[in-house]
Design a protein around this ligand. Sequence first.
Ligand SMILES: *Cc1c(COP(=O)(O)O)cnc(C)c1O
Length: 420
Amino acid sequence: MSTHTDHETPHGPPVRRLSEWPDERLRELAAQYGTPLYVVDRDRIAANYRRFDAAFPDARVMYAAKANTGRAVLETVLAAGGEIECAARGELRRAVAAGADPNELRYTAVNPPAADLDYAAELAADHPGLTITAGARDTFDRLAERGFDGRVAIRVNPGIGTGHHEKVATGKDAKFGVPSEELVAVANEIAAGFDLVGLHAHVGSGVLHDDLDDHCRAVSRVADLAREVETAVGELSFVDFGGGFGVPYRPETQPLALDHVADRLREAVGDLGPRVELEPGRYVAADAGTILTRVNTVKESPAATVVGVDASLATFVRPAMFDAYHPIRNVSAPDRASRPVSVGGPCCTSADVFCTDRPVAEPERGDLLAVGNTGAYGVELASRFHSQPLPGEVALRDGEAQLTREPESLDDVTAREQSR
Ligand SMILES: *Cc1c(COP(=O)(O)O)cnc(C)c1O
């Protein structure tokens, strides 16, 4: 058994905190490329992927592209020997553009639009190794209509989720996967028309140590279901337990000890013929990214000190959408005395705040702030709300910066509009 601890792995530390980014380099990047700016560290992406992959030596680890589908990220994962899970035609397209072999890609279809199925079926016609995962009879019917009879996996809804998921409305969870009660019947039908190779369930999100018991219960249930399918229908080549591996967003939260997680999962899976597959997204990308943003306004009001910055919920929506905590650092003056401030952007909604009453090294107009852990579900969720151009992105490798996404201009914002 491995003796790696929380603090030491051959693939870098298990978490990279915002304060560990080099302030001076970040200031240079902001000066050169402007703000708001996404920064992604390819070395950290590679280290995260490799650390995860090494912790699960018997499993096939696919990166869930929707966390960050940036070209630099996908190329880095592929170069580290990783494979890619896509959940939309645009992700498939970008994975192929980044050099992925379509035969190795996984496409997970959730209420897939026709154009997505067209794209996946066409790709599979030339690349029969492509595997399509679906969680509704309808989706399989629609694949058959397109002449697809290739490799498929069934997404099952095990009826139990992880942690907070149990509390959300069941109707919300029912969106994902075939109900477990119908699984064997569906598997029999599907095996008649397709090459049924796997079972899939993505049962958690943001799973940290406290959620591990629940997560393992769900994993155990899925493994049981896989054994039922094998008995009733025949052998599978894999069981895919999805992603959901959490990262510590708050400074006091400890990172996952992957070796411990791996032991717990192995125990929960039990004796299983098919290969185990995992699809981490957030774990690979989150702490490899930061957003740089410039302070434009400091306003003292009786209720709060309000710090206005040029990033907004259009740049990065997780705080507004999920009440997510993201660390904020004054990169211009990290040693200044800190004071409680609210940091927000230029959007006309009270949801446009990155923090409220949080101690930050006193920000002054013109200072550069960094918002940490923005590598996952950051740039992918950026919007043009308030007609803001989408931000640029630079990728770092060995400290060298490359502009990987040009910041949009106002011309880009208006380019596709027609006048009568
Ligand atoms: C989103 C998603 C993942 C990745 O989830 P994380 O929480 O980012 O690890 C994996 N598999 C599927 C099918 C997903 O939809």
